[in-house]
Design a protein around this ligand. Structure first.
Ligand SMILES: [Ca+2]
Length: 280
């Protein structure tokens, strides 16, 4: 396996539209094929493409087989809006009246929740949203700690401590010591975005806490591989990116990823799961 050299392939677009393309027999390409930049000689599993993604074939070299049994083009569900915690309009304002810490410095969780709430129809602008949360007692100084208060204050949000465990009182959710359950995250992400916690500086051993809003689970390239990923709206920059932006490749070698632990299970150190209130 290796990186496909840039310019050495002919892009082959399987499908621009959301939906599923089912191939009962293998598709044979006149060359090696690659997916996500990785050359594969025999691809026999399901893969997920973003709408508009390009599936390429190498044109140089010998004729080789590339089989695809089942290609799913990811659904076109609306993505959560991009919101930048360091936007010049509000980045330097204190997150709450009780702290000098700014939205840019400590606003990642509140901004992730704001993006999720707006996706679900919350009509507030950011300043109003923060004020409503503050008045509801959801903050302690610079920290959004009362998830239930936030849900009570924002119509579209629901917090279910029974179903998902509350924070910080459920040790089973302490994914700083246990691998995060990718299967669980994948299941929830098939229905809705999830706020996940990770280490924004994975180069050192301490956990520099950062919250982002994940909106899709990306399965491993091949069954048994550990290169799964999350598509996220990252409030740091207000951009869409992959959670593997925060992956340290050294983790594959330093013993912190026992056999079978995937990239997502290593990256994610926590989650805050609000669901959409019924009837909104
Ligand atoms: Ca760190």
């Amino acid at each position: 396996m290796g990186r496909a050299p840039e310019g050495a392939f002919t892009p082959y677009l399987l499908d621009r539209d959301p939906g599923t393309v089912r191939h009962d027999g293998p598709i044979r390409f006149p060359g090696s094929c690659f997916y996500k930049g990785v050359v594969v000689s025999d691809l026999k599993h399901s893969i997920t493409l973003e709408p508009g993604d390009v599936f390429g074939i190498l044109v140089a070299g010998r004729v080789a087989k590339c089989s695809v049994n089942h290609v799913t083009v990811a659904n076109d569900a609306p993505k959560p809006p991009k919101v930048n915690q360091c936007n010049v309009v509000w980045g330097n304002e204190p997150l709450t009246p009780d702290t000098n810490q700014t939205i840019c410095q400590v606003g990642c969780l509140a901004i992730s929740l704001f993006s999720q709430a707006v996706l679900w129809g919350c009509p507030y602008d950011l300043r109003t949203f923060l004020k409503v949360l503050y008045n509801a007692g959801a903050f302690s100084r610079a920290y959004l700690v009362d998830a239930q208060a936030a849900a009570d204050a924002i119509d579209v949000l629901r917090w279910d401590p029974v179903m998902y465990g509350g924070f910080p009182h459920n040790p089973r959710k302490d994914w700083t010591v246990l691998p995060a359950p990718a299967e669980f995250l994948s299941d929830v992400l098939s229905r809705q975005p999830v706020i996940v916690q990770l280490d924004y500086d994975p180069s050192d051993r301490d956990i520099d806490s950062h919250f982002v809003l994940a909106y899709r689970y990306v399965p491993p390239t091949l069954p048994g591989d550990v290169d799964d990923d999350l598509l996220i709206m990252d409030p740091m920059g207000g951009v869409y990116r992959r959670a593997s932006h925060y992956f340290n490749p050294d983790w594959l070698r330093d013993g912190s990823m026992p056999d079978g632990v995937t990239q997502v299970e290593r990256i994610v150190t926590g989650a805050r799961i609000w669901t959409r209130a019924s009837g909104t």
